[in-house]
Ligand binder design. Structure first.
Ligand SMILES: C[S@@+](CC[C@H](N)C(=O)[O-])C[C@H]1O[C@@H](n2cnc3c(N)ncnc32)[C@H](O)[C@@H]1O
Length: 282
């Protein structure tokens, strides 16, 4: 039975509560794999620079901040004036409020908030809104449109929103996700007065291959096999040195494959997630 938004909320309440109970320091506050981080973060930073994002000195919002992976990312690489994290799972916000990282002048603010709830007031508009791995977890069409309306209302006139999407040619519903096609996604953002200003592939094997059309038994199965094998290798690495070597090897492989494909294909046609930058249409 596919998950609803409410099922997703219940799942993350449990997930972040468990993490909160186990976390003894900031190193526990992560989500994702070290290979994904090594590949995606430089691509993200380059993209932010290319679209003229005002992150340093700006008001930055992380939507669906979860266990704080992107909060860490921004704190370690930029100096926003304000860095606000919102999540509809209370356990996420409890977890992040326990954590007091060095902020070097950035004001940190964590709040429980649901972007599908209609009107959301978070003060002055934001220069940069990060929405990582959130929108495809909102399967219901009315809630998805409300979430987009909310994002449009929160972004400054010259601000930007970056969201992670797969953008295949045909929409597909999985147990966990509503993977919207590039056409459906673009029509939805236009309907709320936004436009797509950039699409950049963020990985090759490091994400589920939902950018590919067709059934899981098709080409996607081969990608899943690579992903599972990589996971087994990393989990089975006996010591830190071997693990470190494997992470850099896998990241190199990923970067070489991505670079080769990007010379020949549009980013939107690659198998994994894309970073999609949105701006106000007017
Ligand atoms: C897959 S996790 C991603 C966490 C983090 N953004 C990352 O990329 O590592 C999705 C997060 O979005 C939150 N979320 C999902 N729907 C939301 C909504 N409508 N409003 C606010 N947060 C939401 C979930 O509670 C969860 O923490």
């Amino acid at each position: 039975m596919p998950m609803t938004q409410e099922d997703i909320r219940c799942h993350y309440e449990k997930e972040w509560k468990g993490k909160s109970d186990r976390a003894s320091d900031a190193s526990g506050l992560t989500y994702s794999s070290p290979v994904e981080d090594a590949v995606l973060y430089p691509i993200y930073q380059q993209l932010a620079a290319d679209v003229g994002a005002r992150v340093d000195g700006g008001r930055v919002l992380d939507v669906g901040c979860g266990s704080g992976r992107w909060i860490r990312f921004f704190l370690e690489r930029y100096r926003p004036a304000l860095l606000m994290g919102i999540d509809f799972a209370e356990a996420s916000i409890e977890l992040l409020r326990k954590w007091s990282p060095p902020t070097d002048g950035t004001t940190l603010d964590f709040r429980v908030a649901d972007i599908t709830s209609g009107h959301l007031s978070l003060g002055e508009p934001f220069d940069w809104i990060n929405v990582a791995n959130v929108l495809f977890h909102i399967p219901e069409p009315d809630l998805f449109m409300r979430a987009l309306h909310t994002l449009a209302s929160l972004v400054a006139p010259d601000g930007r929103i970056v969201t992670t999407e797969y953008l295949p040619r045909t929409s597909m519903r999985t147990e966990w996700m509503m993977v919207r096609s590039r056409y459906e996604f673009e029509a939805a953002v236009q309907a709320v007065g936004l436009r797509i200003v950039a699409v950049r592939a963020g990985g090759f094997f490091v994400h589920d291959p939902m950018g590919l059309d067709g059934p899981d038994q098709g080409v996607r199965r081969r990608f899943y096999q690579v992903r599972f094998a990589q996971e087994r290798l990393l989990n089975g690495a006996g010591d830190e040195q071997t693990r470190g070597f494997l992470v850099s090897y896998m990241a190199e492989l990923e970067q070489a494959t991505l670079a080769f494909c990007k010379e020949r294909l549009a980013d939107i046609d690659l198998p994994g997630q894309k970073l999609v930058v949105l701006a106000r249409a007017e």
